[in-house]
Every structure is written in C-alpha cells, then in structure tokens.
Ligand binder design. Structure first.
Ligand code: ADP
Ligand code: MG
Length: 1083
C-alpha cells in the first residue's frame, strides 16, 4: 500500500557502475569537465568534502584495518567491492549480531534494532572517551567524542546531522549523544544544572511534540535543532533549541492507528485526581473527541502514567514554576474540552453550540468570557462601514474555527515552552563559546494519505539532502578549483531540481500555494491543483492525475499530485492545503484570547496580535524561511553525519527487511557516499598545518623549516616516500588520495612523538639526575668537612691529653724518689705496674736460677723481695712435688755428701750433678766365693778401688764391698781385708781433687792389718754410702797437706798431697805416699 516506488526504477539515480549512455536529467556531473579523467573513466572519483578536521591526528588506520570486526567489516570503506549487495550483506551480518553501527569513513550508519542493547552504559562511555575514532568498534559515542575533541582542538563549531526516515532512530541517537556529553564533559555544580536542564528538556518537548504515528510510537512531530554550547575548557555551559513546524493538525485530527500528542494521554491517565478535578477532566481518553479518532488511545508500548511523572519532574528541572505549570495544563485541558464542543444547525443552517458544559470549562480554564467565546466560535465579526456585524458560521465553519483555536493554542504553547526552556538553558557569560549542534528533524515520511504536513516534512528532507550535497560534493569541487587541482568528476544525483520545484520564487509549489491563499475570489484546494498543473505541467518530478500517462494515472486520485522526491515518490492529497497554509484564526477569537486570564495564552496571543495588521506569512513560507536560516546556521559549521536506517516497518527486533533497507541505503545516498570516500582525495590540509604537524618526521624540516611551507611539505613527503599518485600539491593545500597514506604518516608521527617525548624525558631525567648528583656531592663534601672537623678536634684533645700525661709522667719521674704525693702517685703506680708486667714475663724458670730476677725500682723493692721469696718457694714446692722416691733418696744421700764435703774438698761441686748409683759392680762380677763368704751380710754397695799396699804402697786393684756390718776389700776370690765398722775409727780424704781415702782402723783388734789406703774414682759416692750404712758421718775428715796413717800397729807413715801439672801417685823418698793432683778449676 505504500506508494513508495523503487527510487532507481524511477530516477536512474546514481546508476553505478557505468551510467546509461545518455544520462538521465536527474544525473548531474559534478564538473562538466570536457575530458574525463583518463585513468578513472566515466565514473571517476571525487572526494566528498568530509570535513577534513575529522582526520586530525586521532585517526589510526592500523586500528581500522585490524578492526575488521569478527562480524563483517566495521568501515564500509574497507569493503572489497563497493556494490550494494556487498554493502547490504555487511550491514545484515552485523545487524544479526546486534552490531547496529558501521562507519563509512567518519559517517555513522545506524540500524534501528528495536530492542534495548547493552551498549549505552557508563562503562561504554568511559571506553570511548578520548579514544581514536577507529580504535574501537563503531559507536555513536565515538562520533560524539570525536566531534567534541575536534571542536576543542580547533576551536570551531560543529553540527551532527541525524537523518533517516521516521522511526529510524534519529531522536534516540540525539538523546544518546546528549547523554554522552552530559557524562563525559567536565563539569561543576553550576553546570550540572545546565546539563540537567538540557537532558530534561527532552521529556517535556517529547510529551508536547511527539506522538504515536504508524511509523513510530514516539514520532517527533516537530523539527529540533539544539545547540550545545561549550566553553574553552570543554564544559557544557548552555544550550539553545530551535524548533521547526509542529504538526498542529494532529491536535484536532489523527489518522487511524495514530494518536494525538503524548501530553494529552499523560494528563488524562497520569494526572492526580485533584488536578483532573480542577481541570474538569475525566480519567478516560474515550471521553474526548480529540483523543479518539485514531482509535488507539492506549498503546502497550507507551506508559503514559510513568511518563506523566517524568514530565512533571522535568518541568520543575527546567524551572517552570507551579503557576505556569497550572496554566500549561489548563491549556492542555481546555484543548480537550474544546474538542468536545459540538454544533447543531438551526433552521437556517447556522451553527448552534450544543455542549455548554465543555464551553464553560474552556472559558473557565482560559479565563475568558464564556459568552464571547461562544460568539467567537459560532460567528465572525465583519467590519462594514465602521460597523461591526456578526456573521454567523455554518456548522463546517464553526468546526473549523474551533479546531483553528485548538491548534493555535497548542502550537503557541509549544513555542512558549521552547522559549522557556531556552531561557533556562541560556548561558549569559559573554566569552566565546563553541557549539555542537544536534539536528534531529522529522525524517522523510510517506503515509497512505499525505497532506500538507508531509509535504513540508519531505521538503525539509530535500533541503537537508541538498545541504549534504552542498557541504560535501560542491564545496569539494570548489576547493579543487581553488586549489588548482584537477577535478575528477563523479556523477551524483543532485536534488536541487526538486528543491527548486518546491521553493522557487514565483514558480515553486509554495509560491503557487501562497498565491492561491491570498488571491481574491473563490480559491480552493482544487483550484490550487489546477494552478499547479498549469505551471508545472512538464516538470520531470511532478505528476497529477491529469498529467500522468495511462499507467501512472491509475495510481492517482483526481485531487492528488505526486512529487518524485530524491528519496522516492510521494503522492499528496491537496485537501486542506489552503487552510493549513493560511492557518487562519478569526480576529474576534484572537482578541478574546489576548484578554485571557491564563498568562501563557495571553502572552502567546498578544505577540501574535502585534503583527496582525500585516497579513501573516503563510505556514509554508514561514517554514521555507526557517529552513533557509537553518541551512545558513549549518553551513557555517563542520558537519558530522549519522544516517539512521529502519530495519523493518513493524518495529520488530531482529528483522532485517532487505528491501526496505536497500531503499533507504539508496535514498540516503550511502553508496554514493561510499564510492566518493573511496575515490578522490580523502584528505587535504593547509601546507602550514600539515607541515606544523608532521615536520618532526623529516630531519630537513625539524625543528624549523625556514622556506615556504609548500616547499617544506614537498621535502617532507619526499622524505616519507609518498608516491606521485598518492598526493597532489594544491595552491595552499596538500591533497592526499588514500586515507592509508595519511594513516601511515600519522602512525609514524605518533611513534615519532613518543620518541621525541622519550628524548625530552631522557634529557629532563638527565638534568634532574645531575641536579640530584650535585646536591649529593655537596652533601658529601659537607659531611666530609664536618667529619674532618670532628676528627681534628678529637686529635687535638688527644694531644692535649698526651701532653698532660707526658708532663705528669716527667714530673712523676723527677719526683719518683719522694714519698708518694700528687705529683708522683700516678707515676709510681705506672712504675709499679710496668715492673710487675715485665716481671711477669721474665720470671726465673728454675730454682737454681738466682740471677734473672729483675731488679726492682725503689718503690717495689719490698714487694719484689716478697714476690721473689714466694716465687722460689713456689718453684721449690713444684720441684719437690715433682720428684720420685728414688730421686729423694738420692738427694738425701747428696745432702749427706754435702754435709761431709761441701766447702772442704775440691771437686765436690763437680760431683753434685753426677748421680749416685746403687752399686758399681754387678753381683756377677763378684766372685761367688766372696759372695758365699759374706752371704749373711747383705751387700749394700760395691765399687772398684785401687789399694795401696801398706808396705811400699804398691797399687793393687781391688773390689770394695760394703755390707751391713763391714767393708770388705776383695781380691778376686779372696777377702784381703775385712773392716768391721765398729773398728773404723776414722776416714780421711784430702782437700784436693784426688780420689785417695784412708780408713783409720782401731788397732786393738789384732786381726786388723792397719790403716787402709785406697784410691776410688767414685769417692764422694762411696764415702757417702759408707757414712750412711755404717753411720760414720762424724768420723769423716778432710785433711790438708797430709794424712797420718798407721800401716801396722805402731808403725806410722803418711800420705802427702800436693798439686802439680800431672796427677801422679808414687812413693816419695820420705817413705810417704805422694799424691799429686791437678789444681781444681775454679768455677
Ligand atoms: N539505538 C536504539 N536502540 C534501541 N531502540 C531504538 C534505538 N533507536 C531507535 N530505537 C527504537 O525505535 C523507536 C523510534 O526511534 P526514534 O528515535 O523515535 O525515531 P525517529 O526519531 O527517527 O523517528 C524508538 O522509540 C525505539 O523504540
Ligand atoms: Mg524523532
């Protein structure tokens, strides 16, 4: 049933690839260049002027290339082939995985998913904040963020054009962008309120300006352009809304399946009981004529009750006070009451008002006189010769007047609301702001019956398409010309022809409509159609029943005209065109409203009345001029595009209606856009700017290029290795054909930037480190100095101390002889101590050592003596403890020897060290006979001796054996002499070293042979033993010179002793025995 025809079928628009041989009149060539570019051929490349700012340093081609998503391709520019099939298939692939966004370069294509996707949360917002455009999957936040950052860096104005047909998701998109800015921009408490107002203006405007249509349950029935103002810090500081042509006719009439504006239902469903009572309303939509025509007051997808709360709250946020709020709802209610006012004909066919109750409520709520109101609704004042005459209305007339009042009231109130919102969002600070404009305007719309509103809406879309073409293609071409770059033409569909058809002065449809409205005489919608047919008869985009060929005529009613829009053909029914364009309100009603006690109504109608002397501009003309203004506003800004596509007509999630989408892709010019993006030069930049950015990449241009910027760029790109076909040098700009070239450069720049940063960092770190080092060194020096000072002071103290000590020492030394006093006390202590220490190390080691005892200083003489005694005692004690019994016996013997000979006989000292043996002859050497003989007497000692014979002193070797009782002189087996000890009266030896001994024997015993003279080598030993055994110590005598002997009783002789050079024993001439010894060595 939709009278949409396939765009391509009708127009041959954008017939890519190769166009038909004779291009259709709808095809324009961007530059009618006589020689098409040889390389590219007929369909050559051009570059849409996608604002070059979008390719600021934030792009990352690598990102885009690698971001070929797992599902389809994220940027159509990267499609292998630019066919519609490939395009749709990619779109579908992504849509099926809920990936509703895809780029064409920096244009965002969005497909309405008709379901909530979890991709608009704050986490996602964070993710996209300040991130390069192509680094993350396509998202509306990425576009919003890029526009924002470009605005900040370039300090210029931007707008985001959101286009697409009704229900494609434009309003949602604009809300998402607003929310993104609300979250991502820096803010203060003050700005938060501005931000809240911006956000909350939406539910209010939607309540009053949106309605359920067949296409969209929340269709915007007005156009909206919202500027968000940012200060240089990027804070959102204010906002301003421009509204366009509210579809007022909806207030009084709704098509089947459609609703009036949301606010009516919200009030009736959600309004508090008190409020409804005050307003005289029933909680039932069916009660109101204006709400029941579409027969769908209650819709499951819309929760009017909840929305009511939201709107009430939002009204507070945007600073609409209680009084105004009451007035506002008074108006809404009075519109509903107005709709219920009906008329009956009287006998003359004049209108009589029937529902007085409704009338009273209206007069009540608006604060106007009920009677005058009734008069105004049923008649009009005619001025005739200064008199005012009431001319009664027919029923139709009265209905018209009633509806006109309802529409005017509602329409004016809407404008009032927008103004109030603007006031509350206004930023009064005069510093320069940059803005991002959001254009969310009704999309291209085709209904079963299309009227004046659709005509305006679709005209608006033609204008926006025109703007798009202008902003992209045409300016592109102009730039090429300006830059003296050869234009590579591309064919595109230029819809200027349709815009002209609608808006051209004197010849366009609007002009003709206005003429019909103004001309005197009986002008009707049909006469208007006639005029159109007259004037547009052979226009290729205009068809009526009369003008059409046979086939087409079948699709047209008599009262229809059809426009072949760029987006497709739309048939309009002319009924109502004149009235809607005139939008007339009778004077008496207007005047009455100016006296209203409802402040809003009074205000609105008073401003209307101001210029009532002039005939007001028609609605179409007003709309035309507001669009013109809009175009101017937009032309002064950098453009960003969001193209919204509707996935299906039935608002179902997951349904991808290929035919529907194919159609939208076509009329939104997406394929053209894509081809253009892939063709000509994707990027251009002023030489200065390009050089300034990329000069670090070439040693010749870094850090300064002194020549012309263009030359610098040339040097730079030669260095970077650009190929000749990758770029062109214009007059003031460089043109780069492929994004990849730029991306590569950008990547290099990014790397280089990091290197530079690293270098700077390194330098800075070096600088810091040096500073740190210097500081440390200074600190070290300081510490060193202090330490040296400390050391020096210590040294000085030590020396002072030493001097004192030495002085004291010397003084002590000098007075050491004195009794202990203060001067010498320490010295003496020292002397004592040092003596004791030395003594400790030099003690005599043996008892016999009598010489090594250290000579003590005077002060310790006494102590030394005591110590010495102690020490010797100690040694003796040790010695004594260490000796064996044998040794003891030996010593006792030696003691006896000592007592006998010490100091008396020479040779004694030498004998001391020689130990005594037990005996000198072993028992075997004694003759057994002798042994037998003396068996009863124990042998105590034996020694070999030389016995001198009594007569003549002949020496004879003998053994001397000492027993317990007697001494035996033994010659071999014979005892030559036995001396019983009791007869031994004396024993004599000389004082010399000889070994001669004389035993003096008592002569009473006749058996005795006289004294015994012997020579014994072990004299001391032998005599000591004898003395001990025989207890004869007292009889041993040491004699000097000579010993008298009795050789026989009575016969005396002597042994004489002398010293001589040789020891000798001989019988001297005097008959004595002469013993000569050598002189003992004096020790
Ligand atoms: N991004 C989206 N995610 C989910 N649903 C969406 C999205 N965009 C649009 N819609 C649905 O489509 C409906 C129509 O969208 P809307 O923005 O009002 O269309 P338009 O303004 O283009 O007429 C919305 O009410 C919503 O249900
Ligand atoms: Mg909308």
């Amino acid at each position: 049933m939709a009278p949409f025809q396939r765009f391509s079928d009708q127009t041959n628009a954008a017939p890519l690839p190769p166009p038909p041989p004779s291009p259709s009149p709808f095809l324009c060539t961007a530059n009618p260049s006589p020689t098409p570019h040889p390389k590219i051929g007929q369909i050559s490349s051009i570059v849409f002027r996608l604002p070059s700012v979008k390719f600021t340093g934030q792009l990352d081609m690598e990102g885009a290339l690698t971001a070929r998503g797992r599902v389809g391709i994220q940027d159509f520019v990267l499609l292998d082939e630019t066919t519609e099939e490939a395009f749709l298939s990619n779109l579908k692939k992504r849509f099926n995985k809920d990936l509703i966004y895809t780029y064409i370069g920096t244009l965002l294509v969005s497909v309405n998913p008709y379901k909530e996707l979890d991709m608009y949360n704050s986490k996602q917002m964070d993710l996209y904040m300040g991130v390069n455009f192509f680094e993350l999957p396509p998202h509306i936040y990425a576009l919003a963020d890029n526009a924002y950052h470009t605005m900040l860096t370039e300090f210029n104005n931007h707008f985001i054009l959101i286009s697409g047909e009704s229900g494609a998701g434009k309003t949602e998109a604009s809300k998402k962008i607003l929310q993104y800015y609300a979250v991502s921009c820096p803010s203060t408490a003050l700005l938060n309120t501005v931000r809240d107002k911006m956000l909350m203006s939406n539910p209010v405007l939607e309540a009053f300006g949106n309605a359920k249509t067949l296409k969209n349950d929340n269709s915007s029935r007005f156009g909206k352009y919202m500027d968000i103002q940012f200060d240089s810090e990027g804070e959102a500081v204010g906002g301003h809304i421009l509204n366009y042509l509210l579809e007022k006719s909806r207030v009084v009439h709704q098509n089947h399946g459609e609703r009036n504006f949301h606010i009516f239902y919200q009030l009736v469903q959600g309004g508090e009981d008190d409020l409804l009572h005050q307003l005289g309303l029933e909680r039932d939509c069916q009660h109101y004529k204006y709400l029941t025509q579409g027969e769908c007051a209650i819709v499951s997808s819309i929760n009017d009750k909840n929305e009511w709360k939201t709107v009430k709250n939002a009204l507070q946020v945007i600073s609409i006070d209680e009084i105004d709020t009451n007035h506002l709802f008074g108006i809404v209610a009075s519109v509903l009451h107005l709709g219920n006012i009906e008329f009956d004909p009287d006998s003359k066919g004049r209108a009589l008002l029937t529902n007085k109750a409704a009338l009273r409520w209206v007069s009540n709520l608006l604060g106007v006189d009920a009677h005058t109101l009734q008069e105004g609704l049923t008649s009009r004042k005619i001025e005739a010769y200064k008199d005012q005459v009431l001319s009664p209305f027919s029923i139709d007339h009265a209905i018209y007047a009633r509806d006109a009042l309802a529409k005017a009231m509602y329409g004016q109130t809407f404008t009032w609301l927008v103004n109030r919102i603007n006031e509350s969002m206004e930023n009064k600070d005069s510093t320069r702001k940059t803005v991002i404009g959001l254009l969310d305007i009704y999309g291209f719309e085709v209904f079963y019956v299309n009227s004046f509103e659709q005509f305006c809406i679709n005209y608006c879309n033609e204008k926006l398409q025109q703007l798009f073409i202008q902003l992209t293609l045409k300016s592109e071409q102009e730039e090429y010309e300006a830059e003296d770059i050869e234009w590579e033409p591309v064919q595109f569909f230029n819809n200027k022809i349709i815009c002209d058809l609608v808006e051209e002065k004197h010849r366009g449809i609007i002009s003709i409509l206005d003429e019909e409205c103004l001309r005197p005489g009986e002008a009707t919608d049909l006469t208007f159609l006639d005029r159109l047919e007259d004037k547009m008869g052979n226009h290729p985009h205009f068809v009526t029943h009369k003008l059409a060929d046979k086939v087409t005529r079948k699709t047209l009613e008599r009262g229809d005209f059809r426009l072949l829009h760029y987006a497709g053909e739309v048939t309009y029914c002319v009924v109502g065109f004149l009235d809607k364009n005139n939008d007339l309100l009778y004077r008496n009603i207007k005047d009455l409203m100016c006296q209203s006690k409802n402040a809003i109504v009074r205000e609105c109608f008073s401003t209307m009345a101001l210029d009532s002397r002039r005939r007001p501009e028609t609605v179409a003309t007003q709309f035309k001029s507001s669009l013109l203004k809009l175009t101017e506003i937009l032309m002064a800004k950098e453009a960003w595009y969001i193209r919204c596509l509707k996935s299906n007509e039935s608002k179902q999630p997951g349904q991808f209606d290929e035919a529907l989408i194919r159609h939208q892709v076509k009329y939104l010019g997406l394929m053209e856009h894509l081809r253009v993006r892939r063709a000509g030069f994707a990027y251009r930049r002023k030489y200065e700017v390009f050089l300034k950015r990329y000069k670090p990449l070439c040693p010749a241009t870094w850090p300064h290029w002194r020549g012309m910027p263009a030359d610098g760029v040339e040097v730079l790109i030669q260095h970077l290795g650009y190929l000749p076909n990758e770029y062109k040098m214009g007059r003031t700009k460089i043109f780069i054909r492929h994004p990849r070239t730029l991306y590569a450069t950008e990547d290099a720049y990014e790397r280089c930037k990091h290197e530079l940063a690293t270098r700077l960092q390194a330098k800075y770190r070096g600088y810091r480190a040096k500073g740190e080092f210097r500081k440390q060194k200074e600190a070290a020096t300081k510490i060193e100095t202090c330490w040296r000072g400390v050391q020096a002071r210590k040294e000085r103290e030590k020396r002072a101390w030493a001097v004192k000590v030495i002085k004291k020492f010397i003084k002590g030394y000098m007075t050491r002889g004195e009794a202990k006093n203060t001067d010498n006390s320490e010295y003496l202590v020292f002397v004592r101590q040092s003596y004791l220490n030395r003594l400790k190390l030099n003690l005599p080691k043996t008892v016999l050592d009598k010489t090594t005892w250290l000579t003590p200083p005077a002060v310790v003489k006494e102590a030394s003596e005591t110590l010495r005694t102690l020490h010797y005692r100690l040694m003796v004690r040790k010695y004594v403890r260490g000796i064996t019994p044998q040794k003891k016996a030996q010593i006792q013997m030696k003691l006896v020897t000592s007592s006998l000979f010490k100091g008396k006989k020479d040779g004694y000292p030498q004998s001391v060290a020689l130990p005594f043996l037990d005996t000198r002859i072993s028992e075997q050497d004694i003759n057994p006979k002798v042994l037998q003989l003396i068996r009863n007497e124990r042998i105590k000692y034996t020694v070999p001796v030389v016995k001198y014979h009594r007569n003549g002193f002949k020496p004879k070797p003998r053994q001397l054996i000492l027993t317990q009782t007697a001494a035996y002189v033994v010659d071999e087996a014979k005892v030559t002499q036995r001396v019983v000890y009791s007869f031994l009266k004396g024993i004599s030896v000389s004082n010399l070293t000889d070994g001669t001994v004389v035993f003096h024997i008592t002569c009473e015993d006749p058996k005795q042979k006289g004294d015994l003279v012997m020579q014994c080598d072990h004299l001391f030993e032998c005599l000591t033993k004898l003395a001990v055994i025989a207890n004869k110590q007292d009889v041993v005598t040491v004699v000097q010179g000579s010993i008298k002997i009795e050789t026989q009783p009575g016969r005396e002789s002597a042994v004489d002793f002398s010293t001589g050079p040789e020891p000798m024993v001989y019988k001297a001439k005097n008959g004595h025995l002469m013993v000569v010894t050598t002189r003992a060595r004096v020790r």
